[in-house]
Design a protein around this ligand. Structure first.
Ligand code: RP5
Length: 166
């Protein structure tokens, strides 16, 4: 891996079953050409790997970590406990509580160790990636221009919307 394509954003998730949701974060980073990596790291099934990932993140050059998990979703908070790299948490919908459990587990971090928490599901995954893009754009004018263009497209699409009125 060259310096140029070294990952700047790490995407982790508690299970391969989270991929349906988390793929939207990957797709968004791909769209903006942001170097990234994605892998399964489970908080309760791979705690040692989770800590190793968090502890090495900053030295490996990661500028943001997007962490998605469902149910009693410890992953984003525990990763945040071990690194000062900003952690963006994505609540993945769960089978019985539809992700409300995931959301509350991730969002209610005690004061001092933040996890920026996003909407449940696909929108949250995509918006976490867009936030990572915005963070990187603070020091990357080309990326900032891409983000402005992305927003302008949405404005144009909204302005072109019509309603089926008689
Ligand atoms: C969490 O448990 C994962 O993030 C996933 O959302 C949930 C269920 O995992 P699997 O049983 O599908 O592997 O750790």
């Amino acid at each position: 891996m060259t310096e140029q394509n070294k990952p700047l954003v790490g995407i982790i998730m508690g299970s391969s079953s989270d991929w349906d949701v988390m793929q939207h974060a990957v797709a968004m980073l791909k769209q903006f050409g942001v170097p990234h990596e994605a892998q399964v790291i489970s908080a309760h099934r791979m705690p040692d790997e989770m800590f190793a990932y968090a502890e090495s993140a900053r030295a490996r050059g990661l500028r943001a970590i997007i962490a998605g998990a469902g149910g009693a979703a410890h992953l984003p908070g525990m990763v945040a406990a071990k690194t000062i790299v900003p952690v963006l948490g994505v609540p993945v919908p769960s089978k019985y509580l539809r992700g409300e459990d995931s959301l509350l587990s991730i969002v209610q971090m005690p004061k001092g160790v933040p996890v920026s928490t996003f909407a449940i599901g696909e929108a949250g995954a995509a918006n976490a990636a867009l936030t990572a893009v915005a963070m990187l754009a603070a020091t990357d004018d080309a990326l900032a221009a891409q983000l402005e263009a992305f927003r302008a497209q949405q404005t144009a699409a909204a302005k072109a919307m019509t309603l089926p009125l008689e």
